[in-house]
Design a protein around this ligand. Structure first.
Ligand SMILES: C[S@@+](CC[C@H](N)C(=O)[O-])C[C@H]1O[C@@H](n2cnc3c(N)ncnc32)[C@H](O)[C@@H]1O
Length: 476
């Protein structure tokens, strides 16, 4: 007779309790518990060192967080994985501390950011290429504007062109195209990608960079209604609009010259370059799905990662396409990719997995009010269950995965993400010794919009917290 899910789960939990008790004296386990229970806020500490600041990225964690677990739980030379690497915070810290970092993501920009941040390059060679790009791009804009205009009309498919024309002033498009053409001439891939990233960083900023968007961090971007050129001439809209409504004043943007912004960004990034050192081990960052990792079982010493929010509150591709289109990614392909992210909204014909009791109840509570949102949450926990199974498979026994998650709400109800993930992990075979709580530094961290407007104060409080779940893989 096959056992039902709840009795299997009870047996698993009893076993986990036994392991928890037995492992209390075990040194790795107790070190893990001590770090999880320590201060994980890092509020007064700067994250603006090494390459951490090369490119903006919503919801990255402070570098001190992965660093604390890497130093406390691995030896030099150890293998540290982040299966949803984002902007590479874990990978950079693994690299700086002489560990081998491995990262995967399904977002092309995340891969680019993480690769550049963990690749040592020669400063003098970069400086030389940088001067050449800027000089030649300026010359092209001055002498060949007509050709650049012509290429702007023929370069992209119709939808991508519509997107670019909507979000970029013609003047900016000309400068950006001149820059891209110079960057794509660089033969050495590592050097070329360094400049591609600096290019992307002048577009994707919280305030929309050199594009006509006013906000790109996490909301649906708004387009500026009144636009002034860098030297103060009115380009679009009417300047009289700004004198009336305060709202329109907010929708006004003064464009910054793209080549000048690129120059400033390159100088800043070159100064944050990670230097070559004999203790560094090359990092491997690749395209890959966290639910099906191309890694051997029992091969990883430590995982430190943070998945997307349960309610798809941060739509990464919405911002990332603003720079990716300039490197030849068709807009439709990018929109298609967006559906594949963990936390995505598409649930038609989706094959869900069975989930443990409390998690199912949380989903049920939301489904009763809104079935569609309930299915979105079910997809999230299904995909996180697959991801946790993969983490369990690739981790060596007696090692841990650290998963940092924020809270989210659906229809005003708490999704209880950290409790559900802990429950799912325990069903897989992990032991969860402790869940650390971090108070978010609202000034530093870009949070999903909507999180500020919750009326329920208990939920509101939790929205300002983040949970650091320790998943320990025992010897069985
Ligand atoms: C919260 S961010 C990670 C931020 C990272 N900790 C940092 O400090 O930059 C979550 C990442 O998960 C990635 N992601 C979403 N679905 C994924 C999947 N199926 N496989 C791998 N990565 C995925 C997103 O592209 C995003 O980069």
């Amino acid at each position: 007779m096959t056992k039902d899910l709840s009795s299997t789960l009870k047996e698993q939990l009893a076993l986990n309790y036994h392991i928890k008790e037995k492992s209390k004296e075990d040194s790795y386990y107790s070190r893990l518990t001590t770090i999880l229970s320590s201060d994980l806020n890092f509020h007064q500490q700067s994250s603006r060192y090494a390459s951490h600041n090369f490119h903006s990225f919503p919801a990255k964690f402070p570098p001190q967080l992965p660093s604390k677990f890497i130093l406390g739980l691995t030896e030099p030379g150890g293998i540290v994985l982040d299966p949803m690497v984002g902007s590479g915070t874990t990978a950079v810290e693994a690299f700086l501390n002489g560990r081998k970092g491995i990262g995967f993501d399904i977002d092309p920009l995340a891969i680019m950011i993480s690769r550049v941040k963990t690749t040592p390059l020669k400063e003098d060679r970069l400086a030389k290429i940088f001067r050449r790009i800027v000089k030649n791009a300026r010359k092209e804009v001055q002498e060949n504007q007509h050709d650049l205009e012509k290429q702007l009309n023929t370069q992209w498919d119709t939808k991508t062109k519509q997107f670019i024309d909507y979000w970029f002033a013609r003047e900016t498009q000309i400068e950006l195209l001149a820059l891209v053409q110079q960057i794509l001439k660089i033969e050495d891939e590592s050097y070329r990608t360094f400049f591609q990233l600096a290019f992307s960083a002048i577009i994707i900023t919280k305030s929309g960079g050199v594009s006509l968007a006013l906000d790109l961090a996490h909301t649906r971007p708004h387009k500026a209604k009144v636009v002034f050129s860098p030297n103060g001439e009115l380009l679009y809209g009417s300047k009289f609009l700004t004198s009336g409504s305060p709202r329109l004043k907010v929708l006004t943007k003064k464009l910054r010259p793209a080549i000048e912004e690129f120059e400033k960004r390159c100088i800043q990034n070159i100064s944050g370059l990670v230097n070559n050192s004999s203790r560094f081990i090359p990092t491997e960052i690749n395209f890959g799905n966290a639910q099906k990792l191309p890694l051997e079982e029992n091969s990883i010493d430590l995982i430190v990662t943070s998945p997307p929010y349960a309610s798809n509150a941060i739509d990464y591709m919405r911002a990332h396409k603003f720079s990716l289109v300039w490197f030849g990614f068709p807009i439709e392909e990018l929109s298609e990719q967006r559906r594949k992210y963990i936390g995505g909204e598409a649930t038609t014909n989706y094959v869900f997995e069975s989930l443990p009791e409390s998690t199912s109840q949380t989903i049920q509570r939301i489904s009763e009010i809104d079935e569609k949102r309930g299915n979105v949450l079910k997809r999230y926990f299904t995909e996180m269950s697959r991801t946790l199974k993969e983490m369990y498979r690739v981790l060596k026994p007696d090692k841990a995965a650290i998963v940092v998650v924020g809270s989210s709400t659906m229809r005003g109800m708490d999704t209880a993400t950290h409790q559900c993930l802990a429950e799912i992990g325990e069903q897989i075979g992990f032991v969860v010794p402790h869940i650390g709580i971090r108070k978010l530094d609202r000034n530093k961290r870009m949070l999903p919009s909507g999180l500020k407007t919750d009326l329920n104060s208990q939920i509101q409080k939790r929205m300002h917290e983040e949970y650091v779940i320790g998943f320990y893989k025992p010897h069985h």
